[in-house]
Every structure is written in C-alpha cells, then in structure tokens.
Design a protein around this ligand. Structure first.
Ligand code: AHR
Length: 372
C-alpha cells in the first residue's frame, strides 16, 4: 500500500520535473525534490504524504515545491543541469564521510544537480533509492554497492528506463551489460601491498618462527572485504611462517574493531600482527590494546587500510607500521563520467584510482593533510 502511494509521489515528482523545466535554475526545484527523496528514502513508512489519496499528491508535491523555495536559497543550478542520483552506503567511517563530501563538492562545482540518498548500511534501502531515481527519470545513476550480489533486477529496471548506471568504490557481480562501468579502489592490490609489507618486516625472522596474524575483515559480502582478504592471502600463503589464526568482520566500524580486539586479548591470544581492513577498526583495536597495557605498533605490528589522517599520525608516532591508501576522492571522476554518459558516450569499463602505501621509516613530512 505504502509503496503504491510512494510510486505515485515519485511519479508526481517525475511529472513535476518535466513540467517545471523553467524552475531548474531556481532553488525551488532541488529543495522540493530533496524533500520528496528524503521522505522516500528515510521515512517511507512514516511519511504523511504517502497516506494521501492519489488525486491530492500533485497538490502536496506542489506544496513541497513551495516549502523548498523557502529552505534552500543558496543552491543554484544551471537551467539545463544534469541530474545524478547517488546512492551512498552510509557514514560508517571517516573514509566514507570524505567520499560523500567529495561527490557532493564535485557535483556542485560541475553544476550537476545531485540527489543524494544515504542507505544507512542496508542494501534494501539502496535498491529503493535506485528505484526512486528511475521513477524520477534522473540522467545518470551512480551508486556504491554495499555488497557484491543482488543488483541484477534493479539494474535491469534502470536499463529498461534508459538510464546509465555507474558503479563506484565497490564492485558487483552483475552482468557487465547492466552497468556502464566501475570507478574505484583496487582492493586486491591493497591486500597484496599489506602482505608485501609484512614479508619485508619479518624477513629476518628465525626459521621455524610462526608469525600469528589477526585479520579484521570489512563488511561481509562487500567486494572490498573479499578483495583485501584475497590479495593478502595470494601473497602470504605462498610464504612459510605466517598464519592467519583469526579472521572476523568488524564491519568497517571503530566500535566493532575495539570489541574484536578486546575479546581477542581477553582470551589471551598471542597476536604478532593485526591486518585491519580499515582505519576505523584499527583505531578501535588500538584503544583495546592500550587498555590491555600493550603498545600498538610495537607489541603488535599493525597494517591498516584507508590512510585517514589519524592513521598517518599514528604511523608517524610509531603506533602503526604500514598504511595502505584507499582513495575516497572519487567525486570529480564520477561527475566527468556522468557527463559523458548523459551525452550518450561510454565510460571505461574499469578505472582503478591511484593509491599509495606509507610505511614505517618513510619521510612523511611533506605529505599534505589528508582531508579525512
Ligand atoms: O569501500 C571502501 C571502504 O569502505 C573503506 O576502506 C572503508 O573505510 C569504508 O567504510
């Protein structure tokens, strides 16, 4: 019932989009649309407009237009601005927050109207958001898939509607014909880099010594967790003397990284190395190590991924041993590709962004502030 009304609301939004072409350079259009989308994406069950009779919906949406006109005076979008619908996973880490800012800043700079939807860590919310973008007839859809699988149906719907879809940051296993391309991180390479550091660090170990590694995985089913785990194993498993004795998901969250490490230490596990799939989990784990009287980076070697400022600071302080960069600044590339796609062009199938590795002993004095 709710979703029927919802479709009607979104249909009205779509109709308004066509009718209100002249409003597209005013603040009114974007603000009203944002209200429509927020109701849809975040509060669909509670939204009062969803209970309205269909014949009242157009009036209600018009009121939203009016309401919007009063609320967003600073936004100005060119008359013929492209409209990009962007579905983000959530705000689970400092990396993710920077990724969102990068997309929002780039859209503003490019004069692109961005409809942003936060899925709050739920795939079903992402699917709903993508459906709403289709109903609204955006020019291009971009999204960060929280997990690899389960996108085929909604991507088929987008294809049927003639809307190109760009996959960003994380990869999917859907048929390649269903999306225009991927831009983001090379997570297998990140895992390999982490392993190469480890081999170097322990190159002088005694024959017969076993280096015990605890791995904190990212979100289960995400391409980045799978890629980082695979890349790491591809290298480490060829070498004798390394054992991954523990591998659990901390869901990329600081609080869970803390919990995992606290429990490991309570069980008196001997840990030589922590390989953590992101900095947020690492920072939580470091708190637990300190609480247990251990020195991060010394009593337990730490390899972490993302390279947020706090991890770089910890590397400089000798509390982390290696930081593999994962680049969140994808906004400009996404907007450039969106423009190409909207103009009927094609995107490269696969773009991996540049990423560095920072190791203990590196001179990091010239490294600019990270911005996340
Ligand atoms: O998909 C990229 C990963 O997701 C980052 O490593 C992590 O911090 C984020 O939440």
């Amino acid at each position: 019932m709710a979703s029927k009304s919802l479709n009607a609301v979104l249909g009205s939004c779509g109709t308004l989009r066509n009718l209100c072409g002249k409003l597209r350079n005013s603040t009114c259009f974007e603000a009203s649309l944002r209200v429509c989308m927020e109701h849809f994406c975040d509060k669909s069950q509670k939204c009062p407009i969803l209970r309205a009779k269909p014949h009242k919906l157009l009036v209600l949406v018009s009121l939203l237009l009016l309401f919007g006109c009063q609320k967003a005076e600073k936004v100005s979008v060119p008359k013929d601005a492209l409209i990009v619908g962007f579905s983000q996973i959530g705000a689970e880490s400092a990396w993710r927050i920077r990724n969102t800012q990068s997309v929002q800043e780039a859209a503003e700079q490019a004069g692109i109207q961005l409809i942003f939807a936060n899925a709050e860590q739920k795939q079903e919310n992402q699917i709903k958001a993508i459906r709403s973008f289709i109903a609204y007839q955006v020019d291009v859809i971009a999204f960060v898939p929280i997990v690899v699988s389960g996108w085929d149906n909604v991507l088929q719907e987008a294809r049927k509607a003639g809307i190109p879809v760009l996959v960003t940051d994380r990869k999917i296993d859907a048929d390649e014909s269903l999306y225009a391309g991927f831009i983001g991180t090379d997570s297998e390479k990140e895992g390999r880099e982490a392993a190469f550091f480890l081999l170097d660090k322990f190159a002088g170990r005694k024959a017969g010594d076993m280096i015990r590694i605890a791995e904190f995985l990212g979100t289960i089913g995400s391409s980045v967790a799978e890629g980082r785990a695979k890349g790491f194993r591809d290298i480490i498993e060829k070498e004798p003397g390394f054992e991954i004795f523990y591998s659990e998901s901390g869901d990329f969250m600081r609080s869970k990284g803390y919990e995992l490490m606290r429990r490991l230490l309570e069980n008196r596990s001997q840990i030589d190395v922590l390989f953590s799939h992101n900095d947020s989990m690492t920072l939580g784990a470091m708190d637990a190590m300190r609480e247990a009287g251990l020195r991060p980076g010394k009593d337990i070697a730490i390899i972490t991924i993302d390279a947020q400022q706090k991890a770089i600071d910890a590397l400089k302080a000798g509390e982390v041993n290696c930081v593999v960069e994962c680049n969140p600044n994808l906004g400009h590339l996404i907007m450039d590709i969106a423009k190409q796609l909207a103009a009927g062009g094609q995107a490269s199938r696969l773009i991996h962004v540049d990423e560095s590795v920072f190791r203990e002993g590196d001179d990091l004095s010239a490294l600019p502030p990270r911005g996340y």
